[in-house]
Design a protein around this ligand. Structure first.
Ligand SMILES: *Cc1c(COP(=O)(O)O)cnc(C)c1O
Length: 287
């Protein structure tokens, strides 16, 4: 149903540090999959939507903040595949370009207080217990089915020693770890929020795997927090490569990988694959 329009390309990156540390670095451009179902969100939704269809559910209900890449992707994918969509949005009613897009695709938005938002099951049950066609999708699309889809990011990839991605819920890292295990690779996740339980969340998804690690300390003040150095890094990177990074996820991942290289985390001869997980709509509120 949500079949990939094309396999995103792998692109080599140049940087003086890569040569100095004798590593090669490539980026898997998942951001190019689709302008709105961008990056890992396509991968995460693929089997979730297939499952909803298989269960004859035609109303997708999910959750997110006011700048949620997941909600934009879900609104668009839902419209493409013939589902109705509803979202519970955390916090007081606001409007922005991302929620505006959600509404354009017909997503119904319910703003709820932070307190109510905390109990998502209760929200779903209160509003949709008598809607047999409603299908619950957790925040960020997290979970087992999403992980299966993310494992496919490495389907056509050969010859790397490490794969890295930004971590929100850790679902993408878990999927990459599964696929990396089969290829003898290590998977590095960069936490973009201060969340001690992130490691535990990944472990729950892939209890038997040990080829992954979450790197903490690169969240630069916390989730969606920005600073002048981060924004200037985004401009330099864009100017040098043509590739846009977003301030919430991928720029923090890229800066962390450079820091890890500085610390000799990667042995000479390592071949790194960085996953560009998308998220570029969020950048539009900052530039
Ligand atoms: C949603 C998102 C992530 C986080 O993925 P998880 O599977 O929740 O860890 C990373 N990068 C971007 C750009 C995202 O939109």
């Amino acid at each position: 149903m949500l079949e990939l329009p094309f396999e995103p390309p792998v692109q080599q990156l140049e940087h003086p540090l890569f040569a100095a540390k004798q590593v090669s670095v490539h980026m898997k451009r998942e951001d190019l999959v689709h302008p709105f179902i961008s990056g890992n969100k396509w991968r995460k939704l693929k089997y979730v939507l297939a499952d909803a269809r298989a269960q004859d559910k035609n109303l997708l209900v999910s959750f997110g903040g006011a700048y949620s890449n997941h909600l934009v992707a879900l609104a668009c994918a839902g419209a493409m595949c013939g589902f109705k969509t509803v979202a519970f949005v955390r916090g007081e009613a606001v409007s922005n370009h991302m929620l505006g897009l959600c509404k354009t695709w017909g997503m119904q938005l319910h703003f709820v207080s932070r307190e109510l938002y905390r109990d998502k099951d209760a929200l779903f049950n209160r509003h949709f217990s008598d809607h047999p066609e409603a299908y619950y999708i957790d925040e960020g699309g997290r979970g087992e089915l999403a992980m299966q889809g993310c494992a496919e990011i490495l389907n056509s990839v050969q010859g790397f020693t490490h794969v890295s991605c930004a971590c929100g819920t850790g679902t993408t890292l878990a999927g990459l770890s599964m696929a990396a295990q089969a290829k003898g690779m290590q998977a590095d996740g960069i936490a973009v929020l201060k969340h001690e339980a992130l490691d535990e969340d990944v472990r729950k998804l892939v209890p038997a795997l040990h080829n992954w690690r979450v790197h903490h300390g690169y969240e630069r003040g916390g989730y969606a927090k920005t600073d002048a150095a981060l924004m200037s890094f985004i401009r330099d990177f864009a100017g040098n490569t043509g590739i846009l990074l977003d301030q919430v996820y991928t720029a923090k991942m890229m800066m962390a990988v450079l820091a890890l290289l500085e610390q000799d985390h990667y042995a000479p001869g390592s071949r790194l694959l960085l996953v560009h997980t998308g998220g570029l709509l969020g950048l539009l509120s900052q530039v």
